[in-house]
Design a binder for this molecule. Structure first.
Ligand code: UGY
Ligand code: MN
Length: 274
């Protein structure tokens, strides 16, 4: 990652002279939370977490997402939790963007750094601590695991984005790639967190319109996203949520790679209200 494209820390409230940020948008089909809207006064804390604060970027409140929650979490040096998850049946994916963290799952330790990915099945004992000298930042995706009779829950996965091959989308001349942390053919998984990248000038060239919902956090660069016919300019540090069937496409802008962390629910039958 280039130094000039490292994640920008959200946090400070801007001065009173600031013109209001016009990029925050909430519609029925999508939400945009620009990095300027993530200030310390709108962060949250969690039970049993020390020296930690977070922004809840997606949650199943009325009119918002239905399958997951997404937190952007900052942990001070020495902070963390022995009891991170207090709800039953919740699986997690962690993706680290700043600093170093020690993850312990069922007594096995894993050292996480910028670019580390961890999948933690529901029901396992785990803890997470910032073992570095500076603040650490990670993304935390939580989803109730959709059990299916005859399918086991997935195994623990701890890896790093440098270990994952970037799969080229056919027809994109290498300009549109996706890093998949779990095998798409492994149907035990009911959610995928991937990293989608577009080289400068490259595009997602059709209006994807699909049942899966998305959370997108821009990791690097900038681009213009088409969300249900609206063109929205986004850059590193911005968040988007797209409801099921929200039409979506994008152009990459600027002179560096435009890339984002993507949540997608997958691999399950449609369920019907009882
Ligand atoms: O796989 C996807 O749904 C992905 N291509 N969507 C997106 O990047 N908006
Ligand atoms: Mn999509």
């Amino acid at each position: 990652m280039n130094a000039d494209r490292l994640p920008v820390r959200p946090g400070n409230v801007p001065p009173q002279s600031t013109l209001l940020d016009k990029r925050a948008i909430v519609t029925e089909a999508y939400t945009v939370i620009p990095k300027g809207s993530m200030t310390d006064i709108v962060s949250s804390r969690l039970p049993f977490w020390e020296d930690t604060s977070l922004w809840v970027l997606a949650s199943p409140v009325a009119g918002f997402c239905s399958t997951f929650s997404h937190y952007l979490v900052e942990v001070e040096a020495g902070g963390g939790s022995e009891q991170p998850e207090t709800e039953a049946g919740i699986q997690s994916v962690l993706f680290v963007t700043v600093g170093t963290l020690q993850l312990t799952i069922n007594d096995t330790r894993h050292e996480l750094r910028c670019g580390s990915y961890a999948y933690i099945p529901s029901g396992l004992e785990w803890s997470l601590y910032n073992t570095g000298a500076a603040q650490a930042t990670f993304h935390w995706f939580r989803k109730p695991y959709h059990f299916v009779k005859g399918l086991d829950e997935p195994d623990v996965v701890v890896t790093h984005e440098s270990q994952v091959e970037a799969m080229v989308t056919p027809g994109s001349n290498g300009g549109w790639t996706t890093k998949r942390f779990v095998d798409p053919a492994d149907l035990r998984h009911d959610m995928h967190i991937t990293i989608v990248s577009f080289e400068p000038g490259c595009v997602l060239p059709f209006l994807e319109t699909h049942v899966m919902e998305h959370g997108l956090y821009v990791l690097e660069g900038k681009g213009v996203y088409n969300l249900n016919q609206d063109w929205v300019e986004v850059e590193a540090g911005d968040y988007m949520w797209l409801r099921a069937y929200c039409p979506q496409a994008c152009y990459s802008g600027g002179n560096g790679t435009f890339r984002y962390l993507l949540y997608k629910d997958v691999n399950r039958h449609i369920t019907f209200p009882k």
